[in-house]
Design a binder for this molecule. Structure first.
Ligand SMILES: [Fe+2]
Length: 236
């Protein structure tokens, strides 16, 4: 009788564990492609509608699909206690998760000219740019130089360092998100310098793409992120 009772308790405990695992499986967070806040052709002539459509629907979607797949595999590996697979999945998660994070920022960094794209930043961010880099033109020159010099594929960033309380320019390779360069860095503006972002229109002349993208940069978005980080930042 005592043995049967023990067995019943074990069975119930196992059922409860399975139920918890099932609930956790159902609760696994997956990601989906965010809508663009403008039409694919709205950034022309700076960036063609064909590039925007492919970039968003194919490239960004592929990062999301592979990120979700890697997260599901990670979830299974953790449940099985498969430490080796957990480690093996880290590079796929960094690459595809980074691709999703970076592109989600990139779309918000752009805006059609008729909606303020390319309009220089005002307020506290404009003042911070002048203080840190001398002028907006000087910042653009520096970012273009860093972006043109970046070997292979990657990103060039304007960020605010929350600890140092200053603006910085950074680059990341491949799809590494900015956080890999420092936990205190908050991205204000990320420019994609992968060939898929410009090749159809600018061929292999990355500097021409970098020169033209500033015509559709959404400085209002960068300013809102900056002001959110530093609500009391000095304005001119
Ligand atoms: Fe991209």
């Amino acid at each position: 009788m005592a043995l049967r009772c023990l067995a019943t308790r074990k069975t119930l405990a196992q059922a409860a564990l399975n139920s918890t695992r099932l609930t956790q499986s159902r609760a696994l967070q997956t990601f989906s492609l965010p809508d663009l806040p403008y039409d694919y052709g709205a950034l022309e002539p700076a960036i063609s509608g064909e590039i925007m459509q492919l970039h968003h629907q194919k490239h960004h979607q592929t990062y999301i699909t592979n990120y979700n797949k890697a997260l599901e595999q990670l979830h299974e590996a953790i449940e099985k206690g498969d430490a080796s697979t957990v480690v093996k999945l880290q590079s796929a998660i960094k690459f595809n998760g980074g691709g999703h994070v970076n592109h989600s920022i990139f779309w918000k960094n752009l805006a059609p000219v008729r909606e303020g794209g390319g309009e220089p930043p005002h307020g506290s961010l404009g003042w911070a740019i002048d203080t840190n880099f001398g002028s907006l033109e000087s910042l653009i020159q520096k970012m273009n130089a860093e972006g043109a010099a970046l070997q292979g594929s990657g990103w060039v960033w304007l960020a605010v360092d929350k600890e140092l309380k200053k603006l910085v320019i950074e680059t990341t390779a491949n799809q590494d998100p900015l956080v890999t360069k420092g936990a205190s860095l908050v991205p204000l503006l990320g420019i994609d310098v992968w060939e898929h972002a410009y090749y159809l229109q600018y061929k292999n002349v990355r500097p021409d793409y970098l020169k033209n993208i500033w015509k559709v940069i959404n400085w209002k978005y960068a300013s809102s992120v900056y002001e959110n980080e530093f609500p009391s930042a000095r304005s001119p």
